[in-house]
Design a protein around this ligand. Structure first.
Ligand code: B12
Ligand code: SF4
Length: 503
């Protein structure tokens, strides 16, 4: 069983010195902060340094050239954010799980003379709560609003609220500033995004938040190819909500990516397998893993969540289509839906093992504020509290229908224990014997090495350890792909890659 002892640095945010004295405000200097959040010891710490969020690098990309900009991610364990030079503006991305930390950071910088601007999902969900903590908030899309915010700061006319719209052509966004990222600290700095929104609107998803109008928009495939090529990394992670919402676009993107000879993974819904020829195109374009939101193996749960999805009885066949194309599957499962009884835990993990999913993530059902699920739970009096720190999908924050909150919490922990056990890792090994060794190496490193991850993150060794493995994977993939291309009729045995998809 993996140790659940968690180093202090993974649990508690770095201290902000209340007595610190700072230098004069540096005009036209902006500091962008991704605040600290505590890590779930049941899951892998590795996922936090797989690939960075694009929120702040996107904002940095639209910063006017006369401004200098600095990026700080507190989760890289290098202490509190810098204060020398002292920024004129601090931009903070706010999610509900780290809202409290964002408020503490804002207080510290505002007391010393900086203007603090908030953006991100929680600002959109709970504007009244966030407003008093910042000088300005940006609701929704921030890239096109940010230059206006900075102009207003320069003129001394900063407004309390700015509104971004998701209705502009997506191709107009400048590329994110990946050059600001500490390259050694991430498995890959190539977080890419090609699309926005999703063809679904599940009641528990943040995309169903009141006031969020995010049509499915796509960028030009050439923009994606150029960004991937420019970042000089062998592996990219698409952070799109659902890269497969428009199959025609995904096909076009795959054809454009194929000549790069690089590898990538992406989140897709399982209906991407409706057309196996599209899955083949993904493999031929370098896709080695997908993160699939199966959510539940109970059709009633899927139906009530409003997700348009194939019947769950057909999931196994669809997983096989991905495996037959050498694409690893990281399945995402939500526990605690109204039709889930106490048998849900064993049934879910049994299914994962029977279908040899290389990886899986579990989430306790969490009603995000301002979503239909939240309204339903609130109306039914089932919310246990509104302590957002615990709305992180690893704590139970509502009263489940068919089991107790304690049973749900224990079942969740049990699912991870079982998934990361030697027995389960072995049962899920790829059928292709050549792929077993890399799969085991990756599984043990990713899933059973949280203390090692702490060390790698702290000493910026993530890239040094992972890149050689990625390069080996890329080469294996290229060989495999050559066999795929010539044998369209008889699919060759699946090859495991070291990289499991997703977050
Ligand atoms: C990369 C990623 C991660 C990474 C990095 C997270 C991090 N905080 O650094 C990892 C793998 C570690 C991760 C972990 C988790 N994640 Co995550 N993750 C994502 C993902 C896939 C991409 C984020 C991204 O780059 N988006 C693209 C950027 C451009 O969009 P954006 O963030 O909305 O930013 C825009 C605006 O909001 C605004 N904006 C944002 N910040 C700022 C700041 C300023 C100053 C301004 C002006 C504007 C602005 O402008 C930006 C450009 O328009 C999203 C899904 C998604 N596609 O967004 C999920 C997502 C954010 N994650 C989510 C969740 C639930 C989690 C986990 C709890 C999952 C888990 N159980 O482990 C953990 C918790 C970690 C945490 N507490 O943050 C949820 C959040 C739901 C919610 N309502 O809060 C999302 C939305 C996924 C989902 N579909 O449910 N995640
Ligand atoms: S399919 Fe996934 S990304 Fe799309 S709305 Fe449902 S949960 Fe959200």
């Amino acid at each position: 069983m993996a140790s659940l002892w968690t180093p202090r640095a993974m649990r508690i945010a770095p201290r902000l010195d209340p007595t610190a004295v700072v230098g004069p405000v540096q005009q036209r200097h902006a500091l962008l902060i991704n605040p600290f959040y505590p890590k779930d010891p049941h899951a892998s710490f590795g996922k936090h340094v797989l690939t960075p969020s694009l929120a702040l690098t996107s904002i940095a990309g639209s910063t006017p050239p006369e401004w200098s900009v600095q990026y700080w991610d507190e989760n890289l364990l290098h202490g509190p954010p810098p204060s020398d030079p002292f920024p004129q503006v601090v931009g903070i991305t706010v999610h509900l799980t780290f809202a409290e930390r964002a408020y503490a950071l804002a207080r510290w910088y505002r007391q010393r003379g900086a203007k603090v601007v908030f953006g991100g999902l929680h600002v959109l969900s709970c504007p009244e709560e966030t407003t008093p903590h910042a000088d300005a908030i940006v609701l929704g899309e921030g890239v096109h609003v940010w230059p206006e915010v900075l102009r207003d700061v320069e003129c001394g006319s900063l407004q309390p609220v700015y509104r971004g719209t998701y209705r502009r052509p997506y191709r107009d966004d400048p590329p994110p500033r990946r050059d600001l990222l500490p390259r050694d600290s991430f498995l890959t700095t190539s977080s890419l995004i090609a699309t926005r929104g999703c063809h679904n609107r599940c009641g528990f998803c943040y995309l169903a938040t009141d006031g969020l109008h995010m049509p499915y928009l796509v960028r030009d495939v050439e923009q994606i190819v150029d960004e991937f090529a420019a970042d000089d990394q062998p592996y990219a992670v698409f952070v799109d909500n659902n890269l497969g919402s428009r199959p025609d676009y995904l096909r076009q993107l795959c054809r454009a990516l194929a000549p790069l000879d690089k590898i990538w993974s992406a989140a897709v819904s399982i209906d991407v397998t409706d057309d196996p020829s599209l899955v083949r195109e993904m493999a031929l374009a370098g896709c080695t893993g997908v993160f699939v939101g199966f959510e539940s193996l109970q059709n009633d749960n899927i139906k009530e969540a409003g997700k348009k999805s194939p019947r769950t009885e057909d999931y196994a066949r669809r997983v096989r289509i991905l495996h037959e194309n050498g694409i690893q599957v990281n399945g995402s499962f939500v526990l605690g839906f109204d039709h889930d009884g106490r048998d849900v835990f064993a049934r879910t993990v049994d299914w994962i093992e029977a279908n040899r999913l290389e990886c899986a993530t579990f989430h306790i059902l969490t009603p995000y504020p301002a979503t239909p699920l939240f309204r339903q739970m609130e109306a039914e009096g089932r919310l246990l509290h509104k302590n957002w720190n615990l709305y992180d999908t690893s704590h139970v924050v509502f009263r489940p229908r068919r089991m107790s909150a304690e049973q749900l919490a224990e079942g969740y922990a049990w699912c991870y224990r079982r998934l990361f056990s030697h027995r389960s890792i072995w049962r899920r090994r790829p059928e292709d014997s050549h792929a077993v060794l890399p799969y085991l190496a990756m599984s043990y490193l990713y899933k059973r090495s949280n203390l090692f991850w702490h060390f790698l993150i702290r000493y910026r060794l993530t890239a040094a350890i992972w890149r050689p493995l990625i390069e080996v994977t890329r080469r294996r993939h290229l060989k495999y792909r050559a066999t795929l291309a010539v044998s369209e009729q008889t699919p060759p045995p699946s090859v495991g890659s070291l990289i499991s998809a997703g977050v």
